[in-house]
Design a protein around this ligand. Structure first.
Ligand SMILES: Cc1ncc(COP(=O)(O)O)c(C=O)c1O
Length: 401
């Protein structure tokens, strides 16, 4: 019998990646699938970023760099946050990692340990809670609700604090709900955290994907209220269509960054040197491609939302950020039809060749996540198939009754 370390039993594989793997397998078998599962931009990386990477290769920029990343890239991150938020960070307060995922992982390992509780708002991106468990701490979930637009309320988070609370993870814009936390809400949380010595980890990986002008200067709130207890994790993945490059970062107090650098030095060392050149170009170059992609996501969001909610049984909050719709399908579930959204999603994939991620993956049964980071043609055809599927099965369920 193969004996693995105990921690492997506590951790579930990424359910969102599982959907992607299923779609890949079907496509390799020649099956045409409309994929609403993918959590990544369908756009290519902007050309000027590719050019910077090609130049790096041609110039043999191919050696190890400092573990935390080149000074050039770290300065570019500081400059980006200065321009976007008016906040000041120094180079030794920044480390670059293999995506926001590794930045968050380093952060969890650096700040949390056995016996600690870490508050996470649900529905959540599953990696957040699994990383807390990998750090041998305990995730404590607080629910946000569709009826309130999935608002991340300060009072529900504060009510979950116990003497064992060591951290609060805030993800805004949130995957899967697209909700934002308000500056005032974060202020209340950060003040209390500061009084009690609780860490705030802010996952800002979708920070560039906010549709309407909304006050969202969360870094300034943290710098004002709890600079010594805040870590921000960001990423080039979603903003610059760079998911495969693996470029993310943590920003926080210098001792936290030094500890993350020590951990990373024994795990992966630096982010690929070529990626670092690409990331520097992305952060320092024109931000116009980001605006163009955002405009297109907005158009898709509005269309997809309209098409789906044409069926009165599908309820859906219009997301303020990120690129996911998170419709409530609970009216379509029944004991004699689909009992869960996992069943629904499987049958939708088998019969109609449309992939969605079931809400169970985000601790939100009754919902599904649909990424609109795909073409308008796919969105139109995928919605048509989904509505047809719903009409057929709802009619069947009614005739059984
Ligand atoms: C909420 C959230 N945070 C962080 C990430 C990390 O992305 P990456 O590792 O590509 O930067 C993701 C990716 O899907 C995400 O959804």
């Amino acid at each position: 019998m193969i004996r693995l370390a105990d921690r492997t039993a506590r951790i579930a594989g990424s359910p969102t990646m599982k959907v992607t793997a299923t779609v890949d397998r079907l496509r390799r078998d020649g099956v045409e699938v409309i994929d609403f599962g993918a959590g990544e931009p369908d756009f290519g990386t902007p050309e000027f970023i590719n050019t910077a990477a090609k130049l790096a290769i041609d110039q043999h920029f191919s050696k190890y760099t400092p573990v935390a990343g080149t000074a050039e890239l770290r300065r570019a991150i500081c400059a980006r946050y200065r321009t976007d938020y008016g906040v000041e960070y120094q180079e030794n307060e920044v480390i670059t990692s293999a995506g926001g995922k590794q930045a968050l992982f380093n952060t969890a390992l650096t700040l949390f340990g056995p016996g600690d509780e870490v508050i996470v708002h649900a529905p959540y991106w599953p990696t957040l809670t699994e990383q807390v468990k990998l750090a041998e701490a305990t995730p404590v979930l607080v629910q946000t609700r569709a009826a309130d637009g999935f608002a991340i309320g300060a009072s529900t988070i504060l009510n979950a604090i116990t003497p064992r609370t060591r951290g609060i993870i805030i993800n805004s814009p949130c995957n899967p709900t697209g909700a934002l936390i308000s500056e005032s809400g974060l202020t209340v949380i950060a003040r209390e955290a500061s009084k009690r010595g609780i860490w705030i980890v802010l996952d800002l990986c979708y920070e560039k994907l906010i549709y309407d002008p909304t006050p969202h200067n969360l870094p300034a709130v943290l710098q004002k209220e709890c600079p010594d207890l805040a870590v921000i994790c960001g990423s080039a993945s979603k903003a610059y269509a760079m998911t495969g490059w693996r470029c993310g970062w943590s920003i926080g107090p210098a001792p936290v960054i030094a500890a993350q650098s020590a951990i990373q030095s024994h795990a992966t060392s630096n982010v690929s040197s070529i990626t670092q050149k690409a990331g520097t170009a992305a952060l320092t170059g024109s931000q116009e491609p980001v605006t163009r992609m955002l405009d297109e996501y907005r158009r898709r969001r509005d269309h997809l939302h309209g098409w789906l909610t044409a069926d009165g049984r599908i309820h859906c909050v219009k997301p303020a950020g990120a690129f996911y719709l998170f419709p409530d399908l609970s009216e379509l579930l029944s004991p004699d039809g689909f009992g869960t959204t996992t069943d629904f999603a499987q049958a939708l994939l088998d019969e109609s060749r449309v992939a969605v991620t079931p809400g169970e993956a985000f601790d939100a049964p009754g919902f599904v996540r649909m990424s609109y980071a795909t073409s308008m043609d796919n969105l139109r055809e995928g919605s048509r198939r989904l509505l047809e599927f719903v009409a057929k099965h709802a009619a069947n369920a009614q005739s059984v009754r």
